[in-house]
Design a protein around this ligand. Sequence first.
Ligand code: ASP
Length: 311
Amino acid sequence: MRPRIVLLATGGTIAGTGELGKDIGYQSGSLPAEKIAGVVPGLSDIAEIKTIQVCNLNSDDMTDSIWIDLARRINDLSREPDTDGFVVTHGTDTLEETAYFLNLTVKTEKPVVVTGAMRPATSNAPDGPRNLYQAVEAAASGANRGKGVLVAFAGRLFPAREAVKRHTAALDAVASCAGGEAGCGSRKHTTSTEFDVSGLKALPKVPVLYFAVDADPALVKYAASNSDGIVIAGAGAGEFSQAWRSALERCKVPVVVSSRTGCGPVLQETMVCPNAVAAGTLQPAKAAVLLRLALTRTRDTEELIRIFDTY
Ligand code: ASP
C-alpha cells in the first residue's frame, strides 16, 4: 500500500502562473492544489495524495490566523490513522517562518515537509515539480518520523529551524546558513514544545526593527508603544547605537536581539540592555515567530531567555 500524504497548499510561486516560458512577472498563488500535484510525473506512484487548499496567496500576505488554522488542521488530521505524513506548499519569501511556526506548534511525530519553488508552473523549466516530488518522498518516509518539521528544497532536506531564503533568484535559494541537513537539529520541536494553538485566535504583535547607521530611535519608541514585543536585527553580533540603547532600555515590552548578518549567534552574555534577550542563532524573522509564541505564555525576561535557549 502506498503511504497516504495530505498536501496542504497555501500558494506561492509553486502555484504561480504567468506568460508561458517566462520566469518573472507571474502571479503567485494562482493554481489549485490538485493542479500542482497533478503535473508531477510519478508522484502518484510513490504516495496516495489528498489535497487541501488552505489558502492561495503570495506568501508575503501570510497571516497569524492562517498559521494557526494550518497547525490545527495538521494536528486534527494527524490523529487519523489513514494519514502517514504532510506536505505544505508555500511561497519561498516567508516559507522559513511558516515552517518554524509549525515546527513549534504541530503535535505529531508524522513527517511534515514544507516546500515551494523559485519558478512559476508556467516557466519553461519549473522547479516546483521536482521540489514537490522530493517533499512527498520525504513525507512518505518512515525515517523522517519524529524529526520535526523539515524543508525540502532543490534536492536537500533541512530542519525548519535552519532553513532560510538566502538568495532572491537562485534555484537553491532556500537553504541553511549553518549547513545542517535534516537530522542534525537538537532543539525541542513538535510534540515536545510547550506551545498550544488549540485555543488561540491570534498571535501577539512583534515587529522586527532593522538597525543601520543613524537609525531613528523614534522607531523603537513607536514599536514599543504599538506592539507586544520587539525583535531587533542588530549589526554584527547584535549591536546598535547608544541612541537605540537608551530607547530600548526604556521599553516596557520584551526585546529580543538578533543579527542582521545572516549567520552566527547572538549571545546572552553580550547583551548590553538589561531587559534584552539574545536570539542565539535564530535569524530576525524566526526570532519574531518564537517571541510571538513565547508571549502567549510569559513576559518574564528569565523565562524568555530559557525559551530562546530551548527552541
Ligand atoms: N513571492 C513569492 C511568494 O513567496 C515567491 C516564491 O514563492 O518564490 O509567494
